[in-house]
Design a protein around this ligand. Structure first.
Ligand code: SAM
Length: 243
């Protein structure tokens, strides 16, 4: 639901969303509330009661556009809002199971509060900063959801290994050449021993999470091997720092 449907359509022509659309796994319909405005000038916004800067999106065009969208399929209406719950991978995984949903992008100072009370099921933010419109947030949703749809990624495992999927950050990746300006690819990745490679990747994943996002470790239960790998990573790091 957007005043700028082309922004959404254009972005769905690239990358994984495009593949998901082409494979018929994803359908994105951009609804423009302006087409539902019943006033003579087809305006969708008006000045705020009480005065102050900016304009506010009106109830009628958005409510009618939502009704049309609902006729295509049910699902929750999610308002893209800096005041909403912060989006994370757990939420993306939950919503990726749902057959339909309406993503509502605000503009101006936002949407008349009565529409939010009447029509919106949940408010979701993409972070603690303010965008000028909800379209970039809706595109974040579309992209994050598309890559979790079975069949959208060439290799199903690649999504499962991404950051946050198991509560940890991803391990580092390397490709050719083997050496650049004296910096070499870690030897274990060249050895061809899959068990060693898996062990190294798990250790890096745990170590990175510990270094960069220790808060995430509070929410995962590490098995014995993972605990040992993390302890090994920390020991090696401390040793390197003391040298
Ligand atoms: N006056 C609003 C406030 O301070 O809460 C901000 C309005 S913002 C300029 C216009 C629109 O951008 C909002 O209606 C919302 O749809 C979208 N938006 C802005 N920041 C966002 C964020 N962090 N996450 C999701 N949507 C956002």
């Amino acid at each position: 639901m957007t005043l700028f449907p082309e922004m959404i359509r254009d972005c769905c022509r690239y990358g994984i969303p495009r593949i998901a659309v082409e494979k018929g796994l994803l359908k994105v319909v951009a609804w423009n509330p302006r087409e539902y405005a019943t006033n003579r000038h087809r305006s969708v916004d008006d000045r705020p009661y009480g005065g102050g800067p900016g304009m506010v999106m009106q109830v009628q065009p958005v409510a009618d556009a939502i009704k049309s969208a609902r006729r295509m399929g049910g699902g929750p209406v999610l308002y893209m809002s800096p005041q909403g719950r912060r989006l994370d991978q757990a939420a993306v995984r939950r919503f990726a199971q749902m057959p339909h949903m309406v993503l509502l992008a605000g503009r101006y100072e936002g949407i008349d509060e009565r529409l939010i009370e009447q029509e919106v099921d949940e408010e979701w933010s993409i972070g603690d900063y303010v965008l000028s419109g909800g379209e970039p947030a809706a595109l974040v949703w579309i992209d994050a959801l598309a890559r979790l749809l079975p069949g959208a990624l060439g290799d199903e495992e690649s999504a499962l290994r991404d950051s946050f999927m198991d509560g940890l950050l991803d391990y580092p990746h390397y490709t050719r050449p083997e050496s650049i300006d004296g910096k070499s690819v870690p030897g274990v990745l060249l050895g061809g021993n899959h068990a060693d490679i898996e062990r190294w990747r798990m250790k890096e994943s745990l170590g990175r999470t510990w270094q960069r996002r220790p808060d995430l470790l509070e929410h995962v239960t590490l098995n014995n091997e993972q605990q040992a790998l993390l302890a090994e990573f920390i020991r090696e790091r401390q040793l390197a720092e003391s040298e």
